[in-house]
Ligand binder design. Structure first.
Ligand code: ADP
Ligand code: F6P
Length: 330
């Protein structure tokens, strides 16, 4: 029984990610095992402000570990950037006897957690996003599932692309971050990968590469394009006009955010969820859980939010080398 906290709330915020349910289950069951009252807050910070709060018992998280999405649902709540609403959120926590909250989400959600903490509610964050774009961790809940979902879809597109000797542009998620694109670029053996972190908007280079691929006998030309660059449909039209090679665009979209989590996402989310509760039960606050150098760690939230994440240059290089499109800037 923790003497530091009597009640812990859990919420999911921002874009959902496969494995969030495994994290919720871990948080609830670890808390209950420690004699803490557990409550779920629905629809992220929006639900907190609406007092969408309910008791969670062991049964309330039964049969969810294999399910995608989040049973608590999620939301984006603009108001919560405003200190008045952050104060209101903390008051609602006190009204419901909530001493501490586990926030599962991305960097934006971490900022909400820090704000709540400044208003006197202890918080620990768990990295929940398919984008892998949180600097304080090398792993985020949902990335493994999402990248495998995208990879399997792209394998199928590659088959038909080869049969028709076409060029295919496949757009994967990642508005500001190219990790899904980069991983698919390597895993699917793409000829080109367009990353928001690296793209120089020189479409002529791409056109030249496609023509060269055809000349050396390649039966397809697969381009993975990150959402952050976008415009895949118009790009396909321009490429077809410039190369004379039939070109199709496919936008994978939100299918990448759903589906049953991989073993890795289930196990890591469970581990991290339990770690978050253990910290809160010791009276610790303002931490975020992550994985660095193969070890699960917790980092000060302030430091975590200051950190910058760089795309892996070595992986970018090999992706381009294997696709026959070496980086000319090197
Ligand atoms: P993610 O958590 O995946 O990065 P968002 O950036 O959309 O997703 O953030 C999720 C939610 O976190 C926002 O809708 C908002 O409620 C909250 N949030 C984001 N930025 C802040 C901020 N600066 N201060 C307080 N809350 C924030
Ligand atoms: O959660 C991250 C993410 O899937 C990004 O890759 C994508 O840009 C964004 O969310 C899409 O958000 P929405 O669900 O609002 O379309």
């Amino acid at each position: 029984m923790s003497d530091k906290v009597k009640c812990i709330g859990v919420l999911t915020s921002g874009g959902d990610a496969p494995g969030m349910n495994a994290a919720i289950r871990a948080v609830v069951r670890e808390g209950l095992a420690k004699g803490v009252r557990m409550v779920g807050i629905r629809r992220g910070y929006a639900g907190l402000l609406q007092e969408e709060i309910s008791e969670m018992d062991a049964h309330s998280v039964s049969d969810i570990i294999s399910r995608g999405g989040t049973i608590l649902q999620t939301a984006r709540c603009k108001e919560f950037r405003d200190v008045e609403y952050q104060k209101k959120g903390a008051e609602i926590c006190r009204k419901h006897g909530i001493d501490a909250i586990v926030v599962i989400g991305g960097d934006g959600s971490y900022q909400g957690a820090r704000a709540l903490s400044r208003q006197g509610i202890n918080t620990v964050g768990l990295p929940g996003t398919i984008d892998l774009d949180i600097a304080s961790t090398e792993y985020t809940i949902g990335f493994d599932t999402a990248v495998n979902t995208a990879m399997e879809a792209i394998d199928k597109i590659r088959d038909t692309s080869t049969s028709h000797e076409r060029c295919s542009i496949v757009e994967v998620m990642g508005r500001g971050a190219g990790y899904i694109a980069l991983w698919c670029g390597i895993a699917n053996g793409a000829e080109d990968v367009l990353l928001p972190e690296k793209y120089d908007f020189d479409e002529q280079k791409l056109v030249n590469h496609i023509i060269e691929s055809k000349r050396i006998g390649k039966q397809h030309h697969l381009i993975i394009n990150a959402e952050g660059i976008g415009h895949s449909v118009s790009m396909a039209k321009r490429i077809e006009a410039a190369t004379g090679i039939e070109t199709r665009a496919t936008i994978l979209g939100h299918m990448q955010r759903g589906g049953s989590p991989t073993a890795k996402d289930r196990v890591y989310a469970s581990t991290m969820g339990a770690m978050a509760v253990d910290l809160l039960c010791k009276g610790v606050t303002d931490r975020v859980i992550g994985q660095l150098g193969g070890r699960f760690v917790d980092t000060d939230i302030e430091e975590a939010l200051e950190m910058q994440k760089e795309i892996d240059e070595f992986q970018v290089r090999i992706c381009r080398t294997f696709g026959g499109f070496p980086d000319e800037t090197e």
